[in-house]
Design a protein around this ligand. Structure first.
Ligand code: ZN
Length: 172
């Protein structure tokens, strides 16, 4: 009888140890996975349009609800509006003047998908990593973008013709 309860105690002791190891291993793996999570998600898709007002109406019809905000990014020479569909965002971009990258894009390629933006945890770390991987950064320092973000663009010629935006939520 003694032996039986003794081995039961030993067994539950082993079980407890195993449980602790497993729990910590899981925590450790979660930590590693989260730490290595570089691109968190697609933050939004940017679409170049000729006339923001008209496109706001068009996209409101398409998505069944109006845009939730507009914003001018003077440094890029663009007026923007944002739509939400579930967890996803669409950014419409209209050039404010002829020198705007959006005006040049539309002249060359017409209206359409302009960029894909990825949310990142640490934009400076990602810029360093991607530059090392051979991507061409269009700005060497993160700059202020629409929607309270720090942003950096990657040249489309280094990413199969797709302009990539990295964005990190600003904390101030
Ligand atoms: Zn964008």
């Amino acid at each position: 009888m003694m032996g039986y309860s003794g081995s039961l105690i030993t067994f539950s002791g082993h079980f407890f140890l195993w449980y602790l190891v497993k729990k910590n291993a899981l925590l450790f793996i979660t930590f590693i996975v989260l730490k290595n999570q570089l691109m968190l998600k697609i933050e939004h898709i940017g679409i170049a349009v000729k006339n923001l007002e008209e496109s706001n109406e068009l996209f409101a019809k398409l998505l069944g609800k109006p845009h939730y905000k507009t914003e001018i990014v003077a440094s890029e020479g663009v007026s923007t509006s944002f739509f939400k569909t579930g967890p996803n965002k669409i950014e419409l971009l209209e050039a404010q003047h002829e020198e705007s990258p959006i005006a040049r894009f539309i002249q060359k390629r017409g209206e359409g998908v302009h960029h894909i933006a990825f949310a990142v945890e640490d934009i400076r770390e990602e810029m360093k990593r991607l530059e090392k991987e051979g991507f061409i950064l269009l700005n060497k320092e993160p700059k202020f973008g629409a929607d309270n973000k720090l942003v950096c663009f990657l040249h489309p010629k280094s990413s199969n013709g797709v302009l990539i935006e990295l964005c990190q939520e600003r904390e101030d």
